[in-house]
Design a binder for this molecule. Structure first.
Ligand SMILES: Nc1ncnc2c1ncn2[C@@H]1O[C@H](COP(=O)(O)OP(=O)(O)OP(=O)(O)O)[C@@H](O)[C@H]1O
Length: 341
């Protein structure tokens, strides 16, 4: 468990004071993939750099492996840092060293014997899918392969937590997905806690269990990914969620179906988890003999199950419409009746 309490960082520059991280408290259970999302300048990089003390906090506590990182002196800090791996947007590889030598580097620093280093590096190369590229130089690798080297290097000292600083932002969408898949498989194989920062909701959707949304240094919303996606509270979170649900932008197209006719209601259904796989619409229309037109729909998978949104028009007598809505609600699907805005 990583426990972050009232963490703050203030930068004092010549002409201004910036509160980059403002009273952030987060608990991250062991083995979780925890995402922090925010727009540029929200304080994400500063936040993640505080966790391995690349920045010193102004206030607050970071408990990692039952030790307060913020209270460690230089020697102890160096030791603890070996248990915190980090990967970067631009990989930060040593360009004059081969893949093998890059991965061996942290092991050299930790004083691991040559034989043990060799064993460990080959194991890591296998883990990240770079077999055969041991003697290549970073300049001979694709972006995705460079990040694989970065991941293997970060895992060399068997960290208990892996920090990912916009690790896929420099990659194309397909390579991004490959690297995200690799992070999930490492998380599962090694039960490794992963903290990542990103400005892309896709990254959160695809691999995170929990998410915190940052704005002006503060965490404005946090929780299970599925909960936050289905019921975003803050304006910023809603904007991020819309990145994934292009349907939300097309809501005005539904306006033509929303009328004052009491024999027609347009409703938005939120499906979560197993409900997203159910043939509920045909079930309702058969059971209650009601006409249901599907207007728009989408389904999105997350680490904790799928969630979906479906816009339908229910047609019939007001009492039948009401019964249909009750039936749908009783099956655990949330219903929102749409009105003209
Ligand atoms: N070393 C520094 N000195 C002064 N101000 C800083 C320093 N580092 C960050 N800041 C300021 O802190 C705020 C948060 O920056 P930070 O880089 O943490 O945000 P971010 O969410 O990671 O944004 P981006 O994705 O653009 O990097 C910004 O206003 C930034 O200008």
């Amino acid at each position: 468990m990583i426990s972050i309490k009232n963490l703050s960082k203030v930068f004092n520059t010549k002409d201004q004071t910036v509160q980059a991280v403002d009273d952030v408290s987060i608990n991250i259970p062991k083995g979780e993939i925890y995402g922090v999302i925010g727009y540029s300048g929200a304080g994400k990089s500063t936040f993640i750099r505080l966790i391995n003390r690349l920045e010193d906090p102004t206030e607050g506590e970071i408990l990692l492996n039952n030790q307060d990182i913020t209270a460690l002196r230089k020697g102890e800090l160096r030791k603890q840092r070996q248990k915190i791996g980090m990967i970067f947007q631009h990989f930060n590889l040593l360009w004059s060293r081969t893949v093998f030598e890059n991965i061996a580097f942290p092991l050299e620093i930790a004083g691991i014997s040559k034989q043990e280093r060799e064993r460990k590096v080959l194991e890591l190369i296998d883990l990240v899918g770079l077999k055969g590229r041991e003697q290549s130089y970073p300049s001979q690798l694709s972006g995705g392969q460079k990040q694989r080297v970065g991941i293997a290097r970060a895992l060399a000292n068997e960290p208990t937590v892996l920090l990912c600083d916009e690790a896929t932002s420099a990659l194309d969408p397909e390579t991004t997905d490959d690297i995200l898949d690799l992070l999930v498989s490492i998380n599962e194989k090694l039960n490794l806690t992963i903290i990542l920062i990103t400005h892309e909701m896709h990254v959160i959707q695809k691999i995170c269990h929990q998410v915190a949304v940052m704005e002006q240094g503060k965490v404005v919303e946090q929780g299970e990914v599925l909960d936050v996606f289905v019921k975003p509270q803050s304006k910023t979170t809603k904007r991020f969620v819309q990145q994934l649900s292009p349907l939300e932008h097309q809501i005005d197209r539904l306006n033509q179906f929303i009328t004052n006719d009491e024999q027609s209601e347009v409703v938005k259904l939120h499906f979560i988890g197993n409900n997203a796989k159910r043939a509920l619409i045909s079930e309702v229309s058969k059971q209650l003999d009601v006409e249901i037109n599907i207007l728009q729909g989408s389904i999105s998978p997350t680490q904790e199950g799928a969630y979906g949104t479906l816009y339908v028009e229910i047609k019939g007598k007001p009492s039948v419409i009401q019964n249909s809505i009750s039936y749908i609600e009783s099956s655990g699907v949330e219903v929102e009746v749409l009105r003209h805005v």
